[in-house]
Design a protein around this ligand. Structure first.
Ligand code: G3H
Length: 544
């Protein structure tokens, strides 16, 4: 069946009865509470209406946006109160939370985890409705987040065991541990609003920092069921939420100079401007996951079955809305036509529909301006010589955009350098692989690359060229962040700092040493402290 705007429109639900019972949300969630200094406070000021990308189909065949709730838009003054609460709770590292032992902080995070597991159904449902992520992927995002928290706890126990001993070198006795950094401003992205937020927030908390947490614009309501859990599991002021428009509240937080860590997964443009607002640039640490334009290089001897399968997944999982998505394909000219034809066939096997539909692949996009932007990118490429290869590619119905495979793409087109972050698959051809390498060298981004080929010498040559351009080279596989124990970072405008279960604990802490000269008197003091369990830092106890 050919794809038309009308056929896509018909995928949207006509009424509540067209929605499977498990996913129905008969009542909007009008959130008025936010978490500040350990209390859920009521907000009576401005609010942000939340529209779902799952529009309602009207009987006249048009689509109407649907409101599923609203949340507070705090003003600058209220956000600064939240900042003060976090600063007080940290109290220059002397607050209750940073002074707790590792075991006590782990116990609080474990309590929080138990509380949020109880909220799974509501959170997964809000994920699906707010950002249009498929039911299966929404559930996966929740479960992956819980696994991440549990693995973080285990990694911290290991780290604590390793540092629970004294080191003696050159007549100096030292104990080396990791200490918190201070107040962390944590802002996650809309595409993984739960998982990527928690990949920063949990390591930041468990290392003893206090947190100001701003949910993303799309994917804010799903954090509401967590506010009570934060309040119950952590001492007051340790987690504070700032709901609001980023550009209205975040600049004041940064110019205060009281933020010690900017933890942001978002755009390099925003990260750049926020960092510059901080008056003490050396005090500020940044942990950033930013834009990417990951390239797939397809060599003439590539196993095309593998390459096509990975390309579809890499380019179009969650409609291409992943920072790790493959956003440009560079294919050897000898196989380019064959590659695009086969890729087009596979793309057209993807199922568009609503997020609750069984085995759905392409779902409505949460950013209201995105369909227009994608149409602009496609038109620009067409005007400059590319064609849409797959039948129906680029067809749109409201927020639902059928993927478009563009070929041949070349320099000068918007899609050549811009990060489309959506269901547009640009393919270019090259005569010599150096052209693909040069593209990556010239890029402002340096996150990952995928190489498809079977000749080991050629693969080795490419690996050696590319490991100094990006932070992960995938061989015969799409780009991706997981497994979450692997370092996730990037060069240039793609990242700062490293995230992973282990690395994030390091990113949100600093190594600190307590040292003394190895005299009898000093040894006696250390022994007394350790035997009497007089210090949290100077201690040889460890958690099993
Ligand atoms: O948006 C960027 C995400 O970190 C991608 O993660 O590769 O697991 O989908 P993923």
């Amino acid at each position: 069946m050919s794809v038309t705007s009308e056929s896509l429109t018909h995928l949207f639900p006509l009424d509540e009865a067209a929605i499977p019972e498990a996913w129905r949300r008969p009542k909007p969630l009008h959130q008025r509470q936010y978490l500040l200094d350990g209390e859920l406070r009521e907000w009576s000021g401005a609010t942000q209406e939340v529209l779902t990308p799952i529009y309602t189909r009207l009987t006249d065949g048009t689509l109407a946006p649907r409101v599923i709730g609203s949340y507070p838009l705090l003003d600058e003054a209220e956000s600064l109160k939240a900042l003060d609460a976090a600063v007080r709770a940290y109290d220059h590292g002397r607050g209750e939370w940073p002074a707790l032992s590792v075991a006590e902080r782990i116990a609080a995070v474990e309590k929080f985890t138990r509380l949020i597991v109880d909220q799974k159904k509501e959170i997964v449902q809000l994920l699906l409705w707010e950002i249009g992520k498929s039911a299966a992927d929404s559930e996966k995002e929740f479960d992956r987040t819980i696994d991440y928290i549990r693995n973080t706890i285990d990694a911290l126990k290991d780290m604590d065991r390793d540092s629970s001993r004294f080191t003696i070198e050159e007549g100096i006795i030292g104990q080396i541990r990791r200490s918190p950094l201070g107040v962390v401003l944590c802002m996650g992205p809309f595409n993984y609003p739960l998982n990527e937020t928690f990949c920063m927030l949990i390591p930041a908390l468990i290392m003893g920092n206090t947190v100001l947490f701003k949910p993303p614009k799309h994917g804010a309501l799903l954090h509401f069921p967590l506010l009570q859990a934060f309040a119950e599991a952590f001492p007051k002021g340790v987690v504070n939420t700032v709901y609001g428009r980023g550009n209205a509240i975040v600049p004041a937080l940064m110019t205060s100079g009281k933020i010690d860590v900017l933890a942001l997964i978002g755009s390099s443009r925003v990260a750049d401007s926020l960092k510059k607002l901080h008056p003490k640039s050396n005090r500020l640490r940044a942990v950033l996951g930013l834009d990417a334009k990951n390239v797939a290089i397809i060599m003439p001897d590539a196993d095309l079955d593998v390459a096509i399968k990975e390309s579809v997944l890499g380019a179009l999982s969650f409609n291409g809305q992943r920072c790790t998505a493959l956003k440009l394909f560079m294919v050897h000219e000898s196989i380019a036509e064959d590659f695009v034809q086969r890729l087009a066939t596979e793309i057209n096997k993807l199922k568009p529909g609503m997020p609750w539909d069984e085995k759905v692949n392409i779902t409505p996009l949460p950013e209201p301006q995105k369909p227009n932007y994608l149409a602009e990118v496609i038109a620009d490429a067409q005007a400059k010589g590319a064609r849409i290869v797959n039948e129906g590619g680029g067809t749109t119905a409201g927020p639902l955009v059928y993927p478009a495979l563009l070929y041949p793409v070349q320099e000068g087109m918007k899609v050549w350098r811009e990060e489309q972050f959506g269901p547009v698959v640009p393919v270019a051809s090259f005569a010599h692989v150096d052209q693909a390498i040069q593209y990556i060298i010239d890029s402002d981004h340096g996150q990952q690359v995928s190489i498809f080929g079977s000749e080991s010498q050629e693969v080795a040559h490419l690996v050696d060229q590319l490991v100094n351009q990006v932070s992960r080279v995938n061989i015969n596989a799409q780009c991706q962040r997981g497994p979450d124990t692997f370092p996730f970072t990037g060069r240039k405008d793609s990242a700062e700092g490293t995230l992973s279960v282990n690395d994030a604990l390091r990113s949100f802490s600093i190594r600190t040493v307590v040292a003394t000269k190895q005299t009898e008197a000093n040894k006696q003091i250390l022994n007394d402290i350790v035997d009497g369990q007089e210090s949290s830092f100077l201690s040889t106890r460890f958690i099993l």
